[in-house]
Ligand binder design. Structure first.
Ligand SMILES: Cc1ncc(COP(=O)(O)O)c(C=O)c1O
Length: 427
């Protein structure tokens, strides 16, 4: 199958295996719905990024974008890998610290940041990436004395969906091109210690977008050179953000890491900058490490053939929110000869609650039995971290496989969890 990755995701005797373990066996043992991550695949993905930059003779700071998958156990696994953290909320900063990342290896990149958050960031003593003039002014007023960088909007973006493009005209993030020099002047005037420049053009772009990305790298380098002139000092780093994607569907090619790394290195070498380079991959590190297992409740002909499963967009929102494609595999009969076209639907009271890419596009699958397990592949990024309790549905359990061992890294929610923060009526 196009999605097999030997040693990570394999088909054996017509059944799905992850890290050498039968997926349906895991679903039976821990119950479904269930996220399963292969920790060794996470480490391999990170190694491949490092190797591509080694070949390009550049040693970037790799900031893991924690929002992609924020399980504490996975953060702990990554904290041992000599990498940094991209955190987008104060509590992501706290999670990273709790997992063992030192403060000096955390860069906070927020948007619409409040005074209360700035005060907490000062206490947490982490670098802050500035998203707006307002934030910079308020950081000064609240006594921020640490190191800062400025996020700018290089004017062009890329992403797997409109919602994940984070640079361009109608975009809320960063300082726009026509005001970026003003931002450096203001930082100097009010005494904010700017040591870096940051861009993040979007999430989940593949080979065809690398050229757009590299154009923005050139622009960011030119702006960083200008910044050094305006600030009257050398910068410490430039950060090119995250975004490298993974193939979710047949025909999409793996991300061209070498072209990406060499492209950045060549542009840095041709510049006058003598700074560290940072990148912020999230999806690339964890995306293909995880599968999401669900159990089939119903198989029925309605106006169309519908497979109803015991999960919904509360657990994996990408198909409903972005129209994203996830490969869906019938765990114990992958190559089943008798097939049909199905909508794979969730158990929420919402018409958008389908795991197939849209309400009108059906997926050809082997005809399953009720009680069988389906696996949604490439569910390691923006899966559990975007989960919710809508419809009062319980969040699933998550299991990590690492070096031949298994560990539950998140328990399934219980009914009591739904009431945990609730207060009975007293007035
Ligand atoms: C500031 C920032 N950096 C990095 C990332 C990571 O993106 P990805 O997971 O696509 O690599 C994001 C996600 O959108 C982000 O907002």
């Amino acid at each position: 199958m196009w999605w097999e990755i030997p040693g990570h995701i394999d088909v054996r005797n017509n059944s799905l295996f992850i890290a050498g373990i039968e997926a349906s066996g895991l679903a039976e043992k821990y119950g479904a719905p269930l996220y399963v991550y292969n920790g060794n695949r996470i480490l391999d993905n990170l190694s491949r990024i490092k190797a591509a930059f080694d070949s390009a003779k550049l040693k970037p700071r790799i900031h893991y974008a924690l929002k992609a998958n924020s399980h504490i156990a996975i953060l702990q696994l990554l904290a041992d890998q000599n990498i940094w953290i991209d955190a987008v909320s104060v509590d992501e900063v706290r999670l990273a610290i709790k997992a063992g990342f030192p403060q000096e290896k955390i860069l906070f990149t927020g948007t619409s940041v409040s005074n209360a958050e700035i005060e907490q960031l000062i206490k947490l003593n982490v670098r802050v990436n500035i998203d707006s003039f307002s934030q910079m002014r308020r950081m000064r007023a609240l006594g921020f004395k640490g190191e800062a960088s400025i996020r700018w909007n290089p004017g062009e973006g890329a992403g797997h969906h409109e919602h994940t493009i984070t640079a361009g005209k109608y975009i809320k993030f960063g300082i726009p091109e026509h005001r970026i020099e003003e931002a450096f002047r203001m930082a100097k005037a009010i005494g904010i210690n700017v040591v870096g420049l940051h861009q993040h053009i979007g999430s989940g772009w593949l080979g065809k977008d690398v050229n757009v990305f590299l154009e923005t790298v050139s622009k960011t380098i030119a702006v960083a050179e200008k910044a050094e002139e305006l600030l009257g000092k050398k910068l410490e780093f430039v950060d090119f953000g995250g975004g490298p994607g993974i193939p979710y569907s047949n025909g999409q090619l793996s991300f061209p890491l070498e072209k990406y790394a060499k492209g950045i290195a060549d542009k840095m070498n041709a510049s006058s900058l003598d700074v560290d380079v940072a990148i912020e991959p999230g999806r690339y590190i964890v995306g293909d490490s995880g599968i999401f297992l669900v159990e089939i409740n119903t198989v029925e002909e309605k106006n169309i053939q519908v497979i109803g499963v015991n999960s919904g967009f509360t657990h994996l929102v990408r198909p409903a929110f972005y129209g994203s494609y996830h490969e869906i595999v019938l765990c114990n009969n992958i190559g089943g000869r008798k097939t049909d076209k199905f909508m794979v639907a969730g158990n929420l009271c919402e018409s958008s609650d389908v795991f197939t890419e849209g309400k009108k596009e059906l997926r050809e699958l082997p005809v399953p039995n009720e009680g069988d397990f389906l696996a949604m592949l490439n569910a390691g990024a923006y899966g559990y971290s975007m989960a919710s309790n809508y419809n009062s549905r319980l969040k699933p359990a998550c299991v990590l496989l690492l070096n031949g061992k298994e560990q539950v890294i998140a328990e399934r929610d219980s009914f009591e969890d739904l009431l945990d923060k609730e207060k009975a009526l007293q007035i």
